[in-house]
Ligand binder design. Structure first.
Ligand code: TYD
Length: 206
């Protein structure tokens, strides 16, 4: 029916938002999913991250997990008329890996887009949670996680990359101020998802 994705740098509160949406949108019976996935391809991604594998290999692992995710979860759910909500999706590659691969290959974003071209399923709507990087880093610190993506300088560049993606596709992206109260954020996103679902149902009735 519709594919909704949630994006943003680490520490913007995506996990909290997902938990809240699970309760609020239960009547729509959505399929909640995520990238990296919990399947073995996602386990391989997490191992790659933990071992700080070569960045090209890492990007390809993320893309492989995405392909498997689409084949086993996203396409079947959409074909069954379901609402799919994914915590991270292709824009995570376009934002994070374009930063990680800068200087390594000539045109990281072009390379990443070409890698997805022809088989990825573009989201209908993407919520981008935006937060001051120092605040995001403070929140990450609370769970004491330190993946190589979570350095402040990297997150600063990743957030800029996300904002560039949003600027290029204003019809798909919805910017969310992640500094607001979690309940306020959840109410706003819930309302926007319900409107998207309504629009998609109206299109199918025509
Ligand atoms: P994340 O969803 O934050 O997992 P967790 O909540 O378990 O830490 O993803 C792990 C990290 O991987 C995060 O820092 C973002 C990064 N990432 C990419 O660099 N590219 C991608 O395509 C995806 C999906 C995630």
């Amino acid at each position: 029916m519709a594919l909704i994705t949630l994006e943003g740098i680490d520490g913007t509160g995506k996990s909290t938002l997902v938990r809240s949406l699970e309760a609020r949108l239960a009547d729509l019976d959505p399929v909640f999913t995520r990238e990296p996935t919990t399947a073995w391809t996602g386990v391989a991604v997490r191992r790659g991250i933990a071992e700080e594998v070569d960045p090209i290999a890492e990007a390809l692992l993320f893309a492989a997990d995405h392909a498997a995710h689409i084949a086993t979860v996203v396409r079947p759910a959409l074909a069954a008329g379901k609402l799919v909500i994914s915590d991270r999706y292709s824009d995570s590659r376009y934002a994070y890996q374009s930063v990680v691969l800068a200087g390594r290959i000539p045109d990281p974003l072009g390379w990443l887009r070409a890698l997805h071209d022809g088989w990825t399923v573009p989201p209908d709507q993407t919520f981008l949670l935006v937060l001051a990087v120092d605040e995001a880093v403070r929140r990450i610190g609370a769970h004491e996680r330190r993946e190589h993506f979570e350095e402040a300088t990297t997150l600063e560049k990743v957030q800029t990359a996300y904002l560039d993606l949003a600027e290029a596709e204003p019809a798909r992206f919805v910017l969310v101020d992640a500094g607001k109260e979690p309940e306020e954020i959840a109410t706003f996103v819930e309302g926007a998802i319900r409107r998207t679902v309504e629009r998609s149902r109206a299109r199918r009735r025509r």
